[in-house]
Design a protein around this ligand. Structure first.
Ligand SMILES: Cc1cc2nc3c(=O)[nH]c(=O)nc-3n(C[C@H](O)[C@H](O)[C@H](O)COP(=O)(O)O)c2cc1C
Length: 182
């Protein structure tokens, strides 16, 4: 594959960033030329030149980070002509009882907000909580989330990583075009 692919993302604590790096690495290993952009730090240049655009975010209090949403809003015409894939990293993705709602709220509803894009794929991935990060308020929320994943009577861990790298690899490989469709 010699496609040019953009993987861009917004992250608050780094989880979606590490997923984006991993997606980019996998696509590079399949021969693609990949730009990985943290939209909180850098702008996308030459958007027209990409064959596939992967846009992702971490979720906080039910919301995407603002930069990827601004990116999707800013380029409706160009993006309507591109293959687009969306992904999110969040803790509710990893709970069977809440993953369908997470998919609806964080992916289906976001795609519906941008009718000009029809994603070829949407990845719902688990998240990472590290209670050593954040301010007092976010630490308290993080501790409550982490506690909800601990067994009854079990000590609450400081770090919970629910990202399934095998799931992410399989999803990413699904983005690679079938040579027979070319
Ligand atoms: C303050 C705070 C609020 C969060 N709110 C949600 C939420 O509403 N739904 C959810 O599924 N996960 C929630 N999470 C978990 C994050 O989505 C998860 O940690 C994710 O990996 C963060 O990605 P990021 O580091 O790329 O921003 C929250 C985490 C924090 C710290």
């Amino acid at each position: 594959m010699n496609d040019k692919i953009l993987v861009c993302y917004g992250t608050r604590y780094g989880s979606a960033g590490e997923i984006a790096e991993n997606i980019g690495e996998i696509l590079r290993n399949h021969g693609a030329t990949v730009d990985i952009i943290n939209l909180k730090k850098n702008k996308v240049k030459n958007l027209e030149t990409f064959d596939l655009v992967v846009v992702g975010s971490g979720i906080q209090m039910g919301k995407w980070t603002k930069e990827p949403l601004q990116f999707l809003k800013k380029h409706p015409v160009i993006l309507s002509r591109k293959k687009i894939a969306l992904f999110v990293s969040c803790m509710t993705a990893a709970k069977p009882e809440s993953c369908n709602q997470a998919r609806r709220n964080y992916l289906d509803n976001i795609a519906a907000d941008f009718p000009e894009i029809i994603p070829i794929s949407m990845g719902l991935f688990g998240g990472l909580i590290d209670t050593s990060k954040g301010n007092i308020l976010t630490k308290a929320i993080m501790q409550a989330i982490v506690k909800s994943f601990a067994e009854e009577g079990e000590e609450t861990p400081g770090r919970v990583d629910l990202r399934d790298w095998e799931q992410i690899r399989i999803w990413t490989e699904g983005l690679i075009p079938d040579p027979f469709d070319a």
